[in-house]
Design a protein around this ligand. Structure first.
Ligand code: 3HC
Length: 298
C-alpha cells in the first residue's frame, strides 16, 4: 500500500508542522483550512518556518521554493479525493471530528487511509462513524513536528495490519521513528506526559518549589529539554487541560485530576505562549514566571 499524496485537514500548528515535514521529504500535500476562509496566514506561517529551517541549516535555501510548491492550500475537502492518506488535525472535539470523518468517507474511495492526529480522543470512536473501518488509524505527531522524531501509529479496534504497516513505512519515509500503540486514551506519550505536568503543578501548589526551580530541576536533573511549566506553556494550557480531562474521564484516578491552578489559568484565557501568558509571562524579555502564581493557592 503506497502513500503518494497526503491530505491534511486543519492548518494549525500541528497541521502545518506535518505539512512541512512531509513536503521536506518529497511528499505532495493538500492542506485544508478546516474553517472556511483565506489560507494566507497558514501559507505565511509555513514560509516563515521554512526560512527558520534555512537559517538553522536544516534546509538548503535553493530547496525552499520546491518544498513550498509541494503544499497546496485550500478551504475545501473535495480536493482530497485523490489522496492516499488523509490526516485530520482539527479541534479536539469528538463530535466535530466524527462529523469530518463522515464527510471524508463520502468524498474518498474506501481504500484511502483515514488517520487522526488526536492527542487523547478515542480513535475507535472516530472509526465507529465509518463503514470501511479497517482503513481508520491514529497517526500522532509531536510539537514542533519538524523537530520531534517520534510518531505514534495507533492500531484501533478494526484497523488492518496492512494499514498499520503502511503508516509505519510512511513515518520512516518522512524521517520519523514510529511506535505502534493500541488505542488507549493518551496513547503512550500523552498518557505519561500529562500526569507529569499535572504533578508539577501540584508541587507548585504545595510550595515545594518555584516555577523556575521546578523547571530547572527537570532540565538539569533529568536532562529534559524544557521543564514541565515551559513545556505546558509550549503545548498550550487549553490542550493540557483537555488532555487531563480526557485521561481523567477514562482512568478516574486522582493523579489525573486537573489542579485548580490549571483550571484558573484556562478560565482566564492564560493559555501559555500563544496568548503571551501562562505559567510564564512572555510579554517580558526574557520571559519571567507569572507573578500571579507566586502567591499561595487558596
Ligand atoms: N524546520 C525544520 N528544522 C528546524 C526548524 C524548522 N522550522 N527550526 C529548527 N530546526 C532544526 C535545527 O536545524 C536544529 O537541527 P540540528 O539539531 O540538526 O542542528 C534542530 O531543529 C533544533 O533546533 P533549535 O536549536 O531551534 O531547537 P532547540 O534545540 O532549542 O529545541 C525544542 C527546541 C525541540 C522545542 C526542544 O526544546 C524540545 O524538544 N522541547 C520539548 C518539546 C516536546 O516535548 N514536545 C512534545 C509536546 S507533547 C505533544 O506535542 C503531543 C500533543 O498531542 C499535545
Amino acid at each position: 500500500m503506497d502513500i503518494n499524496s497526503v491530505g491534511i485537514v486543519g492548518s494549525g500548528t500541528m497541521g502545518l508542522g506535518m505539512a512541512q515535514t512531509m513536503a521536506q521529504h518529497g511528499v505532495n500535500v493538500t492542506l485544508v483550512k478546516a474553517t472556511p476562509g483565506s489560507t494566507d496566514k497558514a501559507q505565511a506561517t509555513l514560509k516563515k518556518s521554512l526560512e527558520r529551517a534555512v537559517s538553522k541549516g536544516a534546509l538548503r535555501e535553493e530547496e525552499l521554493e520546491g518544498v513550498l510548491g509541494r503544499v497546496a492550500f485550500t478551504d475545501q475537502l473535495d480536493p482530497l479525493a485523490d489522496c492516499s492518506l488523509i490526516v485530520e488535525s482539527i479541534i479536539e472535539d469528538l463530535e466535530t471530528k466524527q462529523d469530518l470523518f463522515r464527510k471524508l468517507c463520502k468524498i474518498v474511495p474506501a481504500e484511502t487511509i483515514l488517520a487522526t492526529n488526536t492527542s487523547t480522543l478515542s480513535v475507535t470512536a472516530l472509526m465507529s462513524v465509518c463503514e470501511a473501518r479497517a482503513r481508520v488509524a491514529g497517526l500522532h505527531f509531536f510539537n514542533p513536528v519538524p523537530l520531534m522524531s517520534l510518531a505514534e501509529v495507533i492500531h484501533a479496534f478494526e484497523t488492518s495490519d496492512v494499514v498499520v504497516t503502511a503508516l509505519v513505512n510512511f513515518c520512516r519515509r518522512i524521517g520519523k521513528e514510529p511506535v505502534v500503540v493500541q488505542d488507549t486514551t493518551g496513547f503512550i506519550v500523552n498518557r505519561l506526559l500529562t500526569p507529569y505536568i499535572l504533578n508539577a503543578i501540584r508541587l507548585l501548589e504545595q510550595g515545594t518549589g518555584t516555577i523556575g526551580d521546578i523547571d530547572k530541576a527537570m532540565r538539569l536533573g533529568a536532562s529534559h529539554p524544557m521543564g514541565p511549566f515551559a513545556l505546558a506553556d509550549y503545548i498550550g494550557l487549553d490542550v493540557v487541560n483537555a488532555m487531563a480531562q480526557n485521561i481523567y474521564e477514562d482512568v478516574r484516578q486522582q493523579y489525573t485530576a486537573t489542579p485548580h491552578t490549571l483550571t484558573r489559568l484556562v478560565l482566564l484565557g492564560y493559555l501559555g505562549r500563544k496568548t503571551g501568558k501562562g505559567f510564564y509571562d512572555y510579554t517580558q524579555q526574557p520571559a519571567i514566571p507569572n507573578p500571579d502564581l507566586a502567591r499561595p493557592v487558596a
